[in-house]
Design a protein around this ligand. Structure first.
Ligand code: PLP
Length: 428
């Protein structure tokens, strides 16, 4: 681990808190893991860039030959900006969406990206916009799983993709519009348990195999992302090497059914980046409430990061490992609620449980000025940060394996926040 406590302290002095710091060596290791896992012929890995769309990280993916799954027009533009090639031969940037919002259609047409449609009417919308190229269809196969219900990506309650029983009609509509269906896609769960991943993907490969007669122009299928990260037991990480066999087996099922070469893609997001990033905050106060008739008292460590930075605990009750630099838990811990600066009582990092209660964490008692770090913040961390309370996004720092560091995005300023504001009249 190249992110030593002393390095984090020096960085905090240089860039201020809170800030995000990426362990570049670890990201490269994770990229190498995925490359090795998809090294067999006919397999291709993408990066679901929504997990962490920084140019620096996209450029690392490009250098390693990892393709991109983009989910908005601007994500696709960010991938192009980072050096990923346009066009669909091969379709390095795949555009996956349930809705063509804003510039999405324009970006797909202008840069010849492969659209992966998640909704039947998108065929007509593409045709009406003058699109003539190949398409991919995102399927809701009727099953799937996620780490929480709101992350369920396959099944009757999922908004994603085209329901599997509607595919005949969709195939007919695509043919009528003159659009070749070259890829079938399904992403059926973010962060499921590894056994579920095995079961779901094997089943999915069977479903794809059965659909091949309906889509004679098919050249690829995508099994989606969802390689899990163990946030609670950080020393027990999923080793992806055994998954190589799973993907090769899925490919065998599909190629056998097709009787010809079919590329099998995967598109993890979380796995590449989750453990590489630490959100570094400073403790500004430690205060207490006392028990009364309404409930029991708590000790609050007040830090300068909030859910505008890392929203996962507030949004899903997600767990992130917390440490107080320089304080050894072996010397004693007590239940601590870690809370942020926002004017919102839900601005608490130590949440969880069925009714999202405070869920204090056993931590060494912090002191004012201590650095408190939240680990494994690389996936859906900065990517989900917001400007609520007009705070401005915290800076991102990249640390190379040799310990050298680079600022990859600066702290947002009031000028950044005010930039979109105008008083432009609208002609009606
Ligand atoms: C979010 C997403 C992924 C990545 O999921 P992870 O759990 O981060 O691996 C892949 N594909 C699609 C279409 C997604 O929406």
């Amino acid at each position: 681990m190249s992110l030593s406590d002393s390095l984090l302290r020096k960085l905090a002095d240089q860039v201020g808190t809170p800030f995000w710091v990426y362990d570049g060596g670890l990201i490269r290791q994770r990229i190498a893991d995925i490359k090795a896992m998809t090294a067999a012929p006919g397999l291709q890995a993408r990066f679901a860039m929504k997990a962490c769309p920084a140019t620096k990280i996209l450029a690392e993916m490009n250098a390693a030959g990892i393709w991109i799954d983009a989910v908005s027009g601007n994500e696709a533009l960010r991938a192009l900006h980072a050096g990923h090639p346009a066009g669909n031969t091969p379709p390095v940037i795949c555009f996956t969406a349930d809705v063509f919002r804003d510039n999405a259609l324009e970006v797909v047409l202008k840069h010849g990206l492969l659209p992966n449609i998640g909704s039947p009417a998108m065929i007509d919308q593409l045709a009406a916009a003058g699109y003539k190229g190949p398409i991919s269809i995102r399927i809701n196969p009727g099953f799937g799983h996620g780490h929480v219900n709101t992350c369920d990506t396959g099944g009757p309650s999922s908004k994603h993709g085209i329901w599997h029983e509607d595919l005949k009609a969709t195939a007919a509509a695509a043919e009528k519009a003159g659009l070749d269906v070259v890829m079938l896609h399904s992403h059926i769960g973010s962060g499921p348990k590894i056994q579920e991943l095995h079961d779901n993907l094997t089943r999915l490969a069977g479903e794809f195999a059965a659909l091949i007669p309906l889509f004679p122009k098919l050249t690829a299928v995508s099994l989606g992302g969802g390689i899990p990260h163990n946030y609670r037991e950080r020393d027990k990480q999923t080793t992806v090497a055994p998954l190589a066999e799973l993907f090769a087996r899925c490919r065998e099922i599909i190629v056998k059914a097709a009787g010809r070469e079919i590329r099998v893609e995967i598109e993890p997001g979380r796995y590449y980046v989750a453990p590489s990033c630490t959100l570094v905050t400073r403790v500004h106060d430690v205060k207490r409430t006392q028990s009364n008739a309404k409930g029991s008292g708590a000790t609050f460590a007040m830090v300068d990061a909030g859910f505008v930075d890392l929203v996962r605990p507030a949004m899903y009750g997600s767990y992130h490992h917390i440490e107080i630099l320089g304080k050894d838990p072996a010397q004693g811990t007590e239940p601590i609620v870690v809370a942020g600066p926002l004017c919102e009582s839900g601005d608490v990092f130590t949440r969880g449980g069925a009714d999202e209660e405070l869920n204090p964490r056993q931590l060494p008692r912090p002191e004012i000025g201590d650095l408190l770090v939240l680990r494994d913040a690389g996936a859906y961390g900065y990517a989900m940060s917001s400007n609520y309370n007009s705070i401005g996004r915290a800076p991102q720092v990249w640390v190379n394996a040799d310990g050298s560091a680079e600022l990859i995005s600066r702290r947002e300023t009031i000028e950044d926040i005010l930039k979109p504001e105008t008083s432009a009249p609208i002609a009606l």
